[in-house]
Design a protein around this ligand. Structure first.
Ligand SMILES: NC(=O)c1ccc[n+]([C@@H]2O[C@H](COP(=O)([O-])OP(=O)(O)OC[C@H]3O[C@@H](n4cnc5c(N)ncnc54)[C@H](OP(=O)(O)O)[C@@H]3O)[C@@H](O)[C@H]2O)c1
Length: 275
């Protein structure tokens, strides 16, 4: 009897372990990989700052979305943020199977005025950005390190959902107009990740097409949702958040075969259609 060779890891791995399954990206990945067997672990199932719990099933691939994502709070407690973001990624890599790890545009300092590509040198401004840069280094050789940005989706806590809530209550909202990036819909990113796992490992920039400021994004949210709130443009300094953020963090890939994502406006419409 002939035995078929196991399929090389392609676009449809057979069994996946997903960390951070309760988060916005975890939720989208679960939907995008619904045709596969997904072992979905939320925070309560595995605190990734600790070694993996005993008895995890064998898997072909780990999608590691669990992370400390509170950018401002990381300034006050960088040790705990690092335990989750760096320690957690090390623990995910120690599972010993190919890993998709998610990093951020906040590894860059924002001094460029043309899109950041994979070969650009990182220089994080914030404690969060430093933990994410360190997490890239511990993801290991067998990892796709996905740098993405400004995530939003129909679940969880994100800019789009905050603007929808506040714009329904107020006549005007102050939003920063001096940070430029790529608001990326988690549903579009999750589909791109399916394509990515058929490509070589390494660092990949995956973010929505187009770019804008937070104020532009807020105006688009309000307009698409048919709300009447006025967006008042302010500076980062006026907002006075604890963590510094890059003024410019548009991400593009310099790899010719990189998966491309739809424009952020298409992501916005796709997301609003779900709400
Ligand atoms: N959000 C963005 O704009 C953005 C941009 C670029 C990159 N990323 C990266 O993309 C990944 C996913 O982000 P997201 O937007 O989906 O964030 P999210 O919605 O905050 O989800 C993160 C998940 O991680 C869980 N988590 C936190 N600490 C944990 C721990 N110690 N052990 C296990 N799980 C833990 C959270 O659970 P609890 O809520 O129950 O604590 C949450 O479900 C993160 O690695 C993030 O750094 C995010």
């Amino acid at each position: 009897m002939e035995h078929a060779e196991p399929d090389p890891l392609g676009a449809r791995p057979r069994r996946l372990l997903l960390t951070g399954a309760g988060g916005q990206l975890g939720t989208a990945l679960r939907a995008a990989f619904a045709g596969d067997e997904v072992v979905a672990l939320a925070h309560a199932d595995w605190d990734v700052a600790l070694p993996p719990p005993a008895g995890l099933p064998e898997v072909d691939l780990v999608l590691h979305t669990a992370g400390w994502t509170q950018v401002d709070a990381a300034e006050d407690d960088p040790q705990t943020a690092a335990a989750v973001n760096v320690g957690g990624t090390r623990h995910a890599a120690e599972l010993g199977v190919p890993l998709v790890h998610f990093s951020t545009d906040y590894v860059f300092d924002g001094t460029k005025r043309s899109p950041y590509v994979e070969s650009d040198g990182p220089n994080p401004l914030s404690a969060y950005g430093r933990t994410k840069l360190a997490s890239e280094a511990v993801a290991g050789e067998d990892a796709w390190v996905v740098r993405t940005s400004w995530l939003f989706g129909a679940t969880g806590s994100n800019f789009l959902r905050t603007i929808l809530r506040l714009a329904a209550e107020r006549d005007d909202l102050a939003v920063v107009a001096d940070q430029r990036g790529c608001p990326t819909y988690v549903g579009h990113l999750a589909v791109a990740v399916r394509e990515l796992v058929g490509l070589p490992q390494g660092v990949w920039h995956l973010a929505a097409d187009g770019d804008c400021t937070w104020a532009d994004f807020a105006e688009a949210i309000v307009a698409e949702a048919g709300l009447r709130c006025r967006i008042r443009r302010i500076t980062t300094a006026e907002l006075g958040r604890p963590a510094p953020r890059p003024a410019y963090s548009v991400l593009r890939s310099e790899r010719p075969d990189a998966p491309t994502l739809p424009h952020w406006r298409d992501g916005l419409r796709a997301c609003l259609a779900l709400l």
